[in-house]
Design a protein around this ligand. Structure first.
Ligand code: ADP
Ligand code: MG
Length: 254
């Protein structure tokens, strides 16, 4: 029911076409991995799903909960239950992690129930502490300005903390593994695994197999030159790890 259905998606950055008729269904309750060489449009897909204004959809549709979300603003898409963990998170000096998360959470609660008065502060503090413990984060993190002076690994954890607090129905993780050392990767992956379940579909974007050892995907898709060219199970990621992308380029071109 709450699958995210992408059909024949064409996306331009400026006058350059980056996505060229992409089809993908992110199933509710499943973990999908999206792999592909750099520069082939993985982040472009993530931004187009979220509604980034620099990414112009010229054809196709993205359906979620019975509507074409391309007509919605990014904040409306977020309130509908779609979440993106950025590849390159932006710092927001002056806004603490706790304030940011409470505002975002209340906005999402209000979208579900217009009568909602917002989460009581003690309950929010408890929730935040619990989620930070899940990700083995120091509680002092909550008082710091969002991403301001954070290390690469801290930024990625802060993204997953947002996901863990907002509990989206569709979560897109764009190269959350990059910049994480092996311990942080394991902790972040355990966090995602603790949250996965029938209520959440996940799209893990990566170009390394490594994170998929921890977050086991149900499906693996390969994005090459603006469209999905191959789909399979976890074995496809292992095959890529061993053989690289050349075989798939040759197969597509023949
Ligand atoms: P991936 O995430 O797979 O590495 P991207 O979606 O980021 O790839 O990029 C796809 C293509 O679009 C690349 O050739 C990249 O150089 C180009 N591109 C991405 N962002 C911009 C931008 N802001 N302006 C111009 N070109 C861009
Ligand atoms: Mg990218």
């Amino acid at each position: 029911m709450s699958d995210l259905v992408i059909h024949n998606l064409h996306v331009n950055i400026g006058d350059r076409e980056v996505l060229k008729g992409l089809d993908l269904v992110i199933e509710q309750g499943k973990v999908h991995a999206l792999m592909g060489p750099n520069g082939n449009g993985k982040s472009t897909l993530a931004y187009a799903i979220m509604g980034h204004p620099a990414y112009t959809v010229t054809a196709g549709e993205i359906l979620f909960k019975g509507q074409n979300i391309l007509e919605l603003e990014p904040d409306q898409r977020s309130r509908l239950g779609i979440f993106l963990a950025f590849q390159y998170p932006v710092a927001i000096p002056g806004v603490s992690v706790a304030n940011f998360l409470r505002t975002a959470l209340n906005s999402r609660r209000k979208a579900v129930n217009p009568e909602d008065k917002g989460i009581p502060i003690p309950e929010f503090r408890r929730l935040l502490r619990e989620r930070m413990d899940l990700l083995k984060m120091d509680h002092a993190f909550a008082g710091r300005y969002l991403n301001d002076g954070f290390s690469g690994g801290e930024k990625k954890r802060a993204e997953v903390l947002q996901m863990a607090t907002l509990r989206p129905e569709i979560a897109i993780l764009d190269e959350t593994d990059s910049g994480l050392d092996i311990d942080a990767l394991r902790i972040v992956s355990e966090g995602v695994n603790a949250l996965r379940g029938p209520g959440m579909g996940v799209l893990v974007i990566t170009h390394y197999q490594r994170i998929l050892n921890y977050i086991k995907p149900d499906y693996v898709h390969i994005l090459l030159n603006g469209s999905i060219v191959e789909c399979g199970g976890p074995e496809l990621a292992l095959h890529l790890e061993e053989h690289g992308y050349d075989w798939i380029r040759e197969k597509v071109n023949s």
